[in-house]
Design a protein around this ligand. Structure first.
Ligand code: DC
Length: 222
């Protein structure tokens, strides 16, 4: 099969990672969750006591080594060799990641690593700027979207499943705030690449969505 780069962008909690992971499995490609890289960087900053002054992470970016490992539960992100998957999926780290991702130097630091991962192609990478900044020449660009209410509902259930006790209104407000920050930041705001295929999954089951995406992928690799 032809080896290509698949860029998957979209709003938070629209199922990007589930779809990107499933597509990578179908294609036998490597999956890279770039949100996890921003989250791991945010965790580093938080642990360094920089939560209220995130820009101070810039001079120490070279102390941060991010990697991915395969575990029985799937791919996990590592921070300086430690598996930090269990710490990065909270609302707090999500918010810090959204804030830290507005810093230009943080983005260049992570984008360079992401570009290196795509050199051999055969990759599905998800994030916010993959089809626009990281791989503007990706052979296939998908832009996933769903209504804020549907996304907040999904995140609410995910947090509950993790044992947290979220309040739906907080999760919805947080989803809207994050959308605003992700689309309005000066550096690489989330936007749809002109040549991206848009998939709105508000009314689709995961199976329907997957079938559609596999059809698009098969067409692109034929
Ligand atoms: O996809 P996620 O929720 O794990 O991402 C966490 C934050 O990281 C999100 O608010 C925006 C940021 N991000 C980004 O700016 N660029 C990316 N390629 C991926 C994530």
């Amino acid at each position: 099969m032809k080896q290509i780069i698949v860029a998957v962008d979209g709003y938070s909690s629209c199922g990007k990672s589930t779809i990107a992971k499933a597509l990578a499995k179908y294609a036998g490609y490597t999956y890279v969750d770039t949100g996890a890289m921003y989250r791991a960087t945010a965790l580093y900053a938080q642990r360094a006591g920089l939560a209220g002054k995130l820009e101070e992470v810039v001079p120490i970016l070279n102390n941060i080594l991010i990697g991915f490992i395969h575990t029985a539960e799937g791919q996990h992100v590592t921070l300086n060799g430690e598996d930090v998957e269990a710490y990065i999926r909270t609302l707090e780290i999500g918010n810090l990641a959204s804030q830290i991702s507005t810093i230009k130097e943080v983005r260049s630091f992570l984008v360079a690593q992401q570009q290196a991962m795509g050199e051999k192609k055969g990759i599905v990478m998800d994030g916010r700027d993959i089809g626009t900044v990281v791989f503007p020449n990706a052979e296939l660009k998908l832009f996933l979207t769903a209504s804020p209410e549907v996304r907040a509902e999904r995140r609410f259930k995910e947090l509950q499943a993790k044992g947290e006790s979220p309040i739906f209104e907080d999760v919805l407000r947080d989803t809207n705030d994050r959308d605003y920050r992700d689309t309005h930041r000066a550096e690489s705001p989330l936007c749809q690449a002109e040549d991206a295929v848009v998939v709105d999954n508000s009314e689709m089951t995961r199976e329907e969505q997957m079938a559609k995406i596999i059809e698009i992928f098969d067409r692109a690799t034929r």
